[in-house]
Design a binder for this molecule. Structure first.
Ligand SMILES: Nc1nc2c(ncn2[C@@H]2O[C@H](COP(=O)(O)OP(=O)(O)OP(=O)(O)O)[C@@H](O)[C@H]2O)c(=O)[nH]1
Ligand SMILES: [Mg+2]
Length: 292
């Protein structure tokens, strides 16, 4: 399988940064997954595992943020014995840090180069406007545009009324109602991956992030699992994973964000709205539930 890099998010910003590295046997690639220091990257020719070159390890010794993370664009070198190494991480347009991590330099990089960061919140588990605001705060400075996706619309009696109440708490942020089981509302999310855009999904374990990835992909690409008897998620997704979608664009699934505490998050930041990304579908009416 081959990929048009533009459908994975390659654009003039990254092409400009890559120009300095363009040499025979080097190619740009996007990080799909990082597993114990080994990256799975997508090149035009498909997915390949790549270990980290000494230059990347040396940079990471000074600052953990220099380590490649999911969503990064990197320069890979294919050696004569067909080994592939990550030689450099191209400058990020932005990255999302973990709740409580404070700053990226504390090593909490979650995912890089998101165009849209979706806060995923299930309707059946007492959705909480404060929690949604805190997750939106995580996207501040990431350069991504925040949206809210309310999942499990089939499990409550008046989903539209709950959505309208939550939407009022996050002015200027589009709010979507989705039922991943039937696919209702999923088509509206596709606008966020138009033109090779990158949609990242953030939310607590069991919120339905991986189910959304599968619904967007139209097939099962990541595992999901029923909740525990007490309604808690099982932390089924333990790595960030980037999935290319049919028709272009990519979605990044993430492990459940820890919900305890709010250290390192500027409360006011959650109320500031990020600058618009380069995606289409910029519906920015205050308190608006998309599709209602
Ligand atoms: N009824 C209903 N169930 C859903 C919906 N979306 C997800 N689920 C179920 O919720 C459970 C958890 O979904 P996941 O997609 O695994 O949740 P997750 O956010 O990826 O969880 P972690 O990987 O643990 O972070 C699964 O049993 C899903 O089938 C929905 O729209 N409606
Ligand atoms: Mg998951």
């Amino acid at each position: 399988m081959t990929f048009d890099l533009r459908s994975l998010g390659w654009d003039p910003y990254f092409a400009g940064a890559y120009a300095a590295y363009d040499r025979p046997s080097r190619r740009p690639a996007r990080v799909m997954r990082v597993d114990r220091g080994v990256c799975t990257v997508l090149r035009e020719s498909g997915a390949v595992r790549a270990s980290l070159a000494g230059s990347v390890l040396a940079a990471a010794a000074h600052d953990a943020v220099a380590l490649p993370c999911v969503g990064d664009w990197v320069v890979v070198h294919t050696w004569p014995d067909r080994r592939v190494t990550v030689e450099s991480v191209l400058p990020r347009r932005g990255c999302v840090v973990r709740a409580g991590a404070g700053t990226a330099s504390q090593g909490g990089v979650f995912a890089a180069n998101l165009d849209v960061a979706a806060v995923v919140e299930p309707l059946d588990a007492a959705p909480d406007a404060g929690r949604i605001e805190r997750l939106i705060a995580l996207t501040v400075d990431s350069g991504a545009r925040p949206v809210v996706i309310l999942t499990k619309a089939d499990l409550v009696r008046r989903p539209a009324a709950i959505a309208a109440r939550l939407a009022a708490a996050v002015p200027d942020v589009p709010v979507h109602l989705v039922n991943a089981r039937t696919g209702d509302g999923v088509a509206d999310l596709r606008r966020y991956v138009d033109h090779g855009c990158t949609l990242g999904l953030l939310g607590f374990s069991g919120a339905g992030k991986s189910s959304l990835v599968n619904a967007l992909a139209g097939t099962t690409v990541v595992n999901t699992h029923a909740l525990c008897a007490d309604g808690r998620g099982r932390h089924i997704t333990t790595f960030c994973v980037l999935t290319p979608l049919p028709g272009g664009g990519v979605v990044i699934d993430t492990p459940g964000v820890p919900m305890a505490g709010r250290a390192g998050i500027d409360e006011g930041a959650g109320r500031r709205i990020l600058s618009a990304g380069r995606c289409s579908g910029r519906d920015r009416r205050p308190g608006h539930v998309v599709g209602s």
